[in-house]
Design a protein around this ligand. Structure first.
Ligand SMILES: [Zn+2]
Length: 407
């Protein structure tokens, strides 16, 4: 793989060429198979920046091209020995050219989507600037995904009144299958990486919570994953971001989505929280994400589910089958707490899971080992917040995390 960055005013163009051994079919760190659509993308920054450290350019490029790189990567500027070593050790990929020194910065920025998880992070770190990624169409790929209202999310982020940097990019359209999206989940930070020197960033905080970090949530393995390659400090991505002077920080890595929901909705950011990518006036109420988050929302408020979605609808189909489910800990939590769950699209799942308030109360507290992963300058602030607002898991509750999916 060969990559080239070309700045043009406030826009940075990334071009890449496959080496003979590289193919159009690749694999993301989480195991998802992806197919390449096109070999260029651009990132528009809020302003022209004078210079970007080669390690930041390499990091941003790697979040896009990693799935399709088989044996070696050639950058257009020499990267530091540390960055090269992180790629070589993490992926077994040969890196060149190598030269020059590492970079460093001071401030912690939040990779802010506007969903409940990143809003909770913003509530925990009230002085940290937000960096928002906004999808824009690609000039060479037809946009069949116009229902994705990235403009609405960017406007909501602006209304928070926080220091905000919006970066716009079409990088998701480099990916043809299964659909446009981040080639690697970390590509959401490509714009933040290019702005990191300009903003003096020394760390990036994400909204990945207990399920994503420790329970192999989403479409990953449903088991305890202390060595999660995506988000753990000494995982391949953790070491790479560290080498670029932007360590990954997970302020809500020790708490469940129920807690991030509660923290977000009891914060001053509440009016701007939006997890649905579709609606313009408000969340669409029709998509799978809306249904899943409504279960958590209703559980946190201990009220019946408010949804027009029935069990017969395609978005509810997965809940009519037996487990395992993605985000299963939250399905258990919701089913145990929402009154009248039997008559909702989660009724069948509730019957299979048999969860109770007692069996899911560990999800109300913070898992301490997650705090130990937070780099020094920011650990105390997050720990103090968790002690005050959430409380810590007992030994028995921590064991529930470690035993997740092992039975
Ligand atoms: Zn929706």
């Amino acid at each position: 793989m060969r990559v080239t960055w070309k700045p043009d005013g406030d826009v940075w163009h990334l071009g890449f060429r496959l080496d003979p051994e590289d193919g159009l079919d690749g694999t993301v760190t989480d195991g998802q198979a992806v197919r390449l659509a096109t070999n260029s993308c651009r990132i528009q920054l809020p302003r022209r920046v004078a210079d970007v450290h080669p390690d930041l350019l390499a990091l941003a490029a790697w979040t896009v091209v990693a799935p399709w790189t088989t044996r070696r990567i050639t950058f257009d500027r020499p990267v530091s020995p540390d960055l090269a070593a992180a790629v070589e050790r993490g992926w077994g990929i040969e890196v060149g050219p190598v030269g020059g020194g590492p970079r460093a910065g001071g401030r912690l920025a939040i990779s802010y989507s506007g969903g409940a998880d990143s809003a909770a992070v913003a509530a925990i770190l009230p002085d940290s600037p937000l960096v928002h990624f906004q999808r824009v169409p690609h000039p060479r790929v037809p946009n069949r995904w116009t229902h994705y209202r990235s403009d609405v999310l960017a406007k909501l982020a602006a209304r928070t009144g926080r220091e905000l940097t919006i970066t716009r990019s079409d990088l998701e359209f480099t990916l043809a299958e299964p659909r446009p999206g981040y080639p690697e989940h970390h590509a959401v930070t490509a714009g933040a990486a290019l702005m990191a020197d300009e903003l003096d960033l020394g760390g990036l905080a994400f909204g990945y919570e207990l399920g994503s970090r420790w329970l192999g949530g989403g479409r990953y393995l449903l088991r305890y994953t202390p060595d999660n390659p995506m988000w753990s400090g000494d995982g391949r991505w953790g070491r790479l971001f560290q080498a670029a002077g932007l360590p990954i920080v997970l302020p809500v890595g020790g708490v469940s989505e129920a807690m991030t929901m509660r923290l977000a909705l009891t914060s001053e950011l509440r009016p701007y929280v939006r997890w649905c990518l579709r609606g313009d006036g408000g969340p669409c109420g029709e998509c799978g994400k809306c249904l899943y988050k409504e279960l958590i929302h209703a559980a946190v408020e201990r009220r019946p589910l408010k949804t027009a979605i029935t069990a017969a609808r395609p978005v509810a189909a997965k809940w009519q089958k037996p487990p395992p489910y993605g985000g299963q800990e939250m399905i258990e939590y919701g089913c145990a707490r929402v009154p009248g769950i039997e008559t909702t699209p989660f009724g069948v799942a509730a019957g299979h899971l048999g969860a109770t308030v007692e069996s899911t109360s560990w999800l109300d507290h913070c898992y301490r080992p997650a705090l130990e992963e937070i780099p020094d300058p920011w650990r105390k602030q997050v720990t103090d917040f968790m002690a005050e607002e959430v409380g810590f898991m007992t030994e028995d509750e921590e064991r529930r995390v470690r035993d997740w999916g092992q039975a």
